[in-house]
Design a protein around this ligand. Structure first.
Ligand code: JCF
Length: 673
């Protein structure tokens, strides 16, 4: 064996290993090694390929980083046109779809079978594989001709560069959707904002823009995901007749397919599936705009054929739109916990994604300027996932007359204090501090909220009443409340007053992380609070920390360190904390993070769904985390078990389809014990 032979063997091994880990991580959502170990393998391969350029190949996983910019995209002619889908907007149109199919098939008796999956709101692409290697990727374009985006497609970790196993078609085309998940979209826009680049209006635009960049190195930095939904040309392979089985086969080759894909019998079952997906729409990690149904039997598909642009054998049952137009009536300013004034659009009420919306955020004044949104404009309002509705843009060509931009008031609309803007910051703030009742209310609401002290029954409306009537002034007053003080409040019968008192007492038993989060220090969210708690392990140590030692904490940068430091420098804040602890607020001692490995549930991942008796989901999650477990919101192959309370919903179905264990409340209790 020559030296290069030996190197080649090592390179091949590295590529195989890295491909396997990529697949585990990006397709199965189930990492098999640590990030550091992965980086090590990756860097070793990069080094060998740099030292031995003759051993470089196109399908090496190192090639996902992108290459030098192209000057244009070549045109790709699709060998089979990439069709669009016919739409249905109500149940009747679905029934009509089935009726047409039955007529064309002269079908009687047993139900027709359909494959169903959520319709991703992204971009269709075609991937060509020859001898198991990705050789060409193209956009859908006009359906007949698209653009050659091979260099960009290579950068997506969820697109296999080489297929798994040996038994695949010699030459074939896989079709699917490239999209961006909600969380990735949020992070991408935050990054764009920080670097002064233009933000994207929605995940779809961001995906489209990223896939059509001439510089694939930039595409490599964009969080694009691929999911496949079908096949184009296939040469030299006998495929199953069932579309559903074909999809399973593609999964076995290494392609991600929808985790929600299902084979259903009859159109009523399809309508039921549509309803269940619609009900979970806001909880999905990505945007969908409907459900796609396909006749499952490919022979039946061939018999019914196509109408000009779309197959007769498939239909997209669309959801209500999440972006709609309406009129901007006025702009008000809402004062937040930290005094920041947020412009809020008052809209002509309109249904967005099936929910009536009359208010939407305009984020801040810079955004209003940038979008040139004026009072009286027709605007596009968007509501997706669990985010607050927002004004995306003004429809400038529908503007009539001389409209003016909203203006920031000089005085706080709540307390009249002066409004000012700190240098280099987007936010204007009310300078009133705790003089401002809006800020006091928000601080108390935050303290009571689910992820903070979790005071059951102390809702926003109640806090507002209590502050307005002078019953409480700050979070320090909460635990002094007497039942008779609550009696006079609206909708506060004796029973609910005593329930609230009990909830207040229960909330005193908390965790250090929740307590820190509850204090409402600027820019200290849940994660940062948890890092601070784990790092310092006591409130005294955090109070005593200087800026430098604060910056030692994971995800604490100079700005957050300064905020934390300043917060604890203030005498009044220290007094409130002492007072709360004197009132009985307490938490278990924090074990340094390093000990987590030896905890009984370390390495296990749980998903909680439905209503648990006597325990909120957050409380249940806290118990699991206290034993070292991780708690996730979505079921995947890496989930240890799903804990199902009353009315559990689709997560149990998903667990069952993936063969993940489901624990009832009793089993959950014994797990905790
Ligand atoms: O998720 C999608 N956007 C999607 C688009 C899913 C499908 O099953 C599709 C599609 C476009 C065309 N199927 C076809 C035939």
């Amino acid at each position: 064996m020559t030296v290069t032979d030996k190197i080649l063997t090592e390179i091949k091994q590295l590529r195989d290993d890295i491909n396997k880990h990529n697949h585990q991580y990006y397709v199965l959502d189930d990492p098999s090694i640590t990030d550091q170990a992965y980086d090590q393998l990756f860097r070793r391969l990069q080094k060998l390929e740099a030292d031995y350029p003759q051993l470089r190949t196109e399908d090496s996983p190192t090639q996902r980083v992108g290459s030098i910019p192209a000057t244009h995209f070549d045109t790709v002619e699709h060998e089979l046109p990439m069709l669009s889908l016919d739409n249905a907007f109500d149940d009747d149109e679905m029934m009509a779809f089935e009726k047409r199919l039955k007529e064309r098939l002269t079908h009687q008796g047993a139900e027709l079978s359909y494959t169903a999956e959520p319709k991703l709101d992204g971009l269709a692409v075609s991937l060509l594989y020859e001898q198991g290697v990705l050789t060409r990727a193209a956009t859908r374009g006009d359906g007949n001709r698209g653009e050659n985006i091979t260099a960009n497609a290579r950068t997506l970790s969820s697109i296999p560069l080489r297929l798994q196993g040996k038994n695949f078609p010699q030459r074939f085309e896989v079709r699917g959707e490239v999209y961006i998940k909600h969380a990735d979209f949020k992070a991408l826009n935050e990054q764009q904002r920080r670097s002064g680049a233009k933000e994207f209006a929605n995940p779809r635009n961001a995906a489209a823009g990223s896939l059509r960049l001439l510089d694939s190195r930039v595409t490599a930095s964009r969080p694009l995901t691929f999911c496949c939904y079908g096949l184009g040309i296939v040469e030299g392979y006998e495929l199953p007749v069932s579309h559903f089985e074909r999809m399973q086969l593609l999964q076995a080759f290494g392609f991600p397919i929808s985790p929600y894909i299902k084979c259903l019998s009859g159109i009523e079952a399809c309508i039921g599936y549509y309803q269940s997906i619609l009900a979970t729409r806001d909880n999905l990690a990505f945007e969908i705009d409907g459900v796609v149904f396909k006749l499952d039997d490919v022979e039946q598909q061939t018999r019914v054929g196509f109408v000009s642009r779309a197959p007769r054998w498939a239909i997209a049952y669309k959801f209500p739109a999440q972006e709609v137009m309406t009129k901007l009536l006025d702009v008000d300013f809402q004062v937040g916990r930290t005094g920041a004034l947020t412009p809020v659009a008052r809209l002509e009420p309109v249904a967005v994604g099936g929910v009536m919306v009359s208010n939407a955020t305009l984020h801040n004044m810079d955004e209003i300027q940038r979008k040139d949104v004026r009072i009286g404009d027709v605007v596009i309002v968007r509501r997706a996932g669990d985010v607050i509705p927002e004004v995306v843009s003004a429809v400038i060509d529908q503007r009539e007359g001389n409209l003016v931009l909203p203006r920031m008031p000089e005085n706080c609309p709540v307390c009249g204090s002066q409004v000012s803007r700190a240098e280099g910051q987007a936010a204007y703030r009310c300078s009133g501090g705790l003089v401002c009742s809006a800020q006091r209310k928000e601080a108390i609401k935050h303290f009571a909220s689910r992820k903070a002290m979790d005071i059951d029954g102390l809702g926003d409306k109640l806090v507002e009443q209590m502050v307005d009537q002078g019953i409480i002034d700050s979070i320090g007053d909460l635990y002094h409340l007497e039942i008779h003080q609550l009696a006079g409040l609206e909708r506060m019968a004796e029973k609910s007053a005593s329930n609230l008192k009990t909830a207040l007492d229960n909330s005193k038993s908390t965790t250090l992380a929740r307590f820190i989060f509850a204090l409402g220090i600027r820019e200290v969210g849940e994660t940062t609070a948890e890092s601070l708690a784990n790092h310092f392990t006591s409130i005294e140590a955090i109070q005593a920390a200087d800026i430098e030692s604060l910056q030692m904490v994971a995800d604490v940068g100079p700005v957050v360190a300064e905020n934390v430091y300043q917060f604890f420098q203030q005498e009044k804040n220290r007094l409130v904390i002492d007072n709360l602890i004197q009132q009985g607020v307490h938490w278990p001692a924090v074990t340094a993070i390093e000990n987590h490995e030896s905890q009984p549930l370390a390495g296990h991942v749980y998903v909680i769904t439905g209503t648990l008796e006597g325990l909120s989901r957050d409380q249940a999650a806290a118990r699991l985390k206290a034993k070292g477990a991780k708690v996730s919101s979505s079921v995947s192959a890496k989930t240890t078990a799903v804990i199902a309370g009353e009315k559990p919903g689709s997560k149990v179905t998903k667990a069952e389809s993936l063969g993940v264990k489901v624990l009832d409340q009793q089993a959950f209790q014994s797990l905790l014990e």
